[in-house]
Design a protein around this ligand. Structure first.
Ligand code: FEO
Ligand code: CA
Ligand code: CA
Length: 655
């Protein structure tokens, strides 16, 4: 029998609120939501009553499990895992899960062995960083479809000092951190590139590969390009040109491009700055991004550039989308300001049918927005270098989702609509630096934490993971965010005109729909929405990252499921046909961890996942983590790690 382990959710509640995602900073909560909601509900009610299908042919969606439908037929043949919560990583029966690289393992050729009792910033700068999030698989050689050899590009979002260093606790962190420990934290942030190869069913890191590289918050120099580059608001004492910056912060989800570069999104950058933001000329700007006088980190005490009273413009140099070339280990990462400044989560790139490049990205905070960037230039598949700066010029749009099921992309273009000097925007640079405030003025729809965004390679439909929003009140619900106190999140579809390769990602009007409202379909209070046949283990909570396999099936990773009583993990579903919204539980992370970065090889035979912040929960410490995963060795702390998953008989994942 399947054993269901339910954790004490009340106890976890406090611990799981790790960052300021929980504190909305959008001052505009549109008052007409109830009207919009009612109109949209009526439309959905009509669709169901009439037995109609959506544009995608969905047939068996229910708001609860109360309605009877024929048995769903999913294309996913794996045996589901039970919900659970324990010290280990679990995957569906018949699959292999091998730890590929752990925090502290060697990346660069001269990296010393991991010694958790004697860490140094120099060692950490050559070793695998902390809290792995986004994973990109880029085949080797470039341009091939290899599923056996490639580069893994991996983000390191943040650090948990109390699990990394002996003697550091959450309570003593601000006082006990030394310059050395701070610099280790900074070196554990950023990004890693490793060359990986598969032998049989087993993946390994190519030690000493010239591709292996660390990018850190401590030392890596980056360029700033696009409309905000060189603007006065980006100039500092350390960089009077406003075009160069050291480091990247809080790289969460991300994406790769058809020309083989990687986009690493800067998300919760606000938490790294000290000093009082109200004492700067940027007080309004910084408030909208959630900067506070109290820093989450101790870094600013040792690095003046992170003290806004000493370097008031430094926060304007973070919150961007960073592009770099993993195939060139000497390439300089570039912050592309044309894609806007917000808490970027995810970057899914599509070459539109007319050759323009479109990038979708979410702004992960309660009541913030969804964006897309459309390049002016056209992708050149025959000349890699010709695409090098294509992301420097184009139009950024934000989304308004109307009750009639239409989605409107609103351009953030200086001098148009309200984006004028009367509202404090004197150039396109100003619009990009204060993207959120510009989107407020345009009337974008405040969403329930837009996290990862991915485009279905088969249909062209774009999927947004909306993690949750327990701050949304009854009078704030709208059609696209239909639940107050949204604990479990939902999965949104943005549907461009046309299908597959004919989809028009440059269009200004799309349709939208909700495929899944997460939560327990057997609990009417959750108002969950899935296929009627979803099992007791197939329901999920808090969708966060996602990936598509090449057959267009959606794989959803979660961040926050323990509040619903089970570990974070991955659930998979068809998005079309009889198996639409019939989610199945494929793997689960060890306790305290969220599951990130799902990434397939082009042959779908390997799924890489990132286990982020294992043992991050109450009562845990460096000395006594709540799980010793993956080493389970006395004296070795828990270690965020990347896991490679393969089918025991070499079949595709999910089969
Ligand atoms: Fe870094 Fe929005 O999760
Ligand atoms: Ca995330
Ligand atoms: Ca993704």
């Amino acid at each position: 029998m399947q054993q269901h382990t339910h954790v004490k959710t009340a106890e976890l509640e406090e611990e799981l609120i790790r960052d300021d995602d929980d504190i909305p900073s959008n001052p505009l909560i549109n008052p007409t939501f109830q009207e919009v909601f009612n109109a949209r509900l009526n439309r959905r009610g009509f669709l169901r009553a009439a037995g109609a299908t959506t544009a995608l042919g969905a047939a068996a969606l229910t708001m609860t499990s109360g309605l009877a439908y024929a048995n769903g037929k999913t294309s996913l043949t794996f045996t589901e895992l039970p919900h659970g919560y324990d010290e280990n990583f679990h995957v569906a029966p018949g699959y292999n899960a091998n730890v590929l690289i752990r925090w502290g393992d060697a990346v660069e050729a001269d990296a010393p062995a991991f010694d958790p009792m004697n860490q140094s910033a120099d060692a950490q700068s050559k070793q695998f960083g902390y809290n792995n999030d986004y994973i990109g698989f880029l085949p080797l050689p470039f341009g091939s479809k290899s599923g056996n050899r490639g580069l893994l590009a991996i983000n390191h979002e943040y650090t948990n000092a109390y699990l990394m260093f002996p003697g550091i606790t959450k309570a003593n962190y601000q006082d006990a951190m030394t310059r050395d420990l701070v610099d280790i934290e900074m070196a554990a942030h950023g990004h890693t590139v490793i060359e990986v190869v598969k032998d049989g069913n087993s993946w390994s890191v190519v030690q000493g590969s010239p591709y292996n590289r660390r990018i850190t918050a401590l030392t890596t120099e980056m360029k700033i390009s696009g409309p905000a580059a060189g603007h006065d608001r980006l100039k500092t004492k350390g960089d009077p040109t406003g075009t160069r910056v050291i480091g990247t912060l809080n790289n969460c989800a991300g994406g790769d491009t058809p020309w083989g570069t990687v986009l690493i999104a800067e998300e919760n950058f606000h938490g790294y700055f000290g000093g009082n933001p109200e004492k700067t000329n940027e007080a309004r700007n910084y408030k909208r991004y959630g900067l506070k006088a109290k820093s989450s980190y101790a870094w600013w005490k040792f690095h003046d550039r992170l003290n806004v009273e000493k370097e008031p413009n430094e926060p304007n140099r973070f919150g961007w989308m960073v592009e770099y070339d993993p195939y060139d280990p000497n390439s300089t990462p570039v912050k592309r300001t044309a894609i806007g400044r917000f808490k970027h989560e995810g970057a899914t790139t599509v070459v539109n049918k007319d050759g323009r490049v479109v990038i979708y990205s979410g702004d992960d905070q309660r009541f913030d927005y969804i964006y897309k960037f459309v390049s002016d230039g056209r992708f050149d598949p025959n000349n890699r270098a010709a695409n090098r700066d294509i992301l420097d010029s184009g139009t950024l749009f934000t989304a308004r989702l109307d009750a009639d099921g239409s989605l409107h992309w609103l351009p953030l273009v200086w001098g148009t609509g309200p984006l004028t000097p009367e509202n404090g925007f004197n150039s396109q640079a100003d619009v990009m630096i204060e993207t959120r405030r510009a989107a407020d003025l345009l009337g974008a729809t405040p969403m329930d934490r837009p996290e990862d965004v991915e485009t279905n390679p088969v249909t062209g439909v774009v999927y947004v993971m909306l993690t949750n929003n327990t701050k949304r009140k009854n009078d704030q619900v709208d059609a696209a965010n239909p639940r107050a106190n949204n604990k479990h999140g939902h999965v949104l579809e943005m549907i461009p005109p046309g299908r597959g390769a004919d989809a028009d990602h440059g269009a200004l009007t799309y349709k939208w729909d909700i495929m899944i409202q997460a939560g327990d379909p057997r609990n009417p209070d959750d108002k969950a929405q899935y296929h009627a046949d979803v099992s007791q283990d197939g329901w999920l909570s808090t969708p966060d990252n996602c990936a598509f396999d090449s057959r267009g099936r959606l794989w959803i990773a979660t961040d926050g499921a323990p509040k619903a009583g089970f570990a974070d993990g991955v659930w998979a579903t068809d998005v079309e046909g009889e198996g639409r919204a019939l989610t199945k539980h494929f793997l689960r992370a060890p306790r305290g961890a969220e599951l990130c970065g799902p990434a397939f090889t082009p042959d779908d035979e390997t799924l890489f996942v990132a286990v982020q912040h294992p043992a991050d929960e109450k009562g845990s410490s460096f000395e006594k983590p709540s799980t010793g995963w993956p080493d389970f060795k006395a004296g070795t702390p828990t270690r965020p790690s990347v896991v490679a998953i393969t089918h025991g008989q070499g079949k595709t994942i999910g089969s």
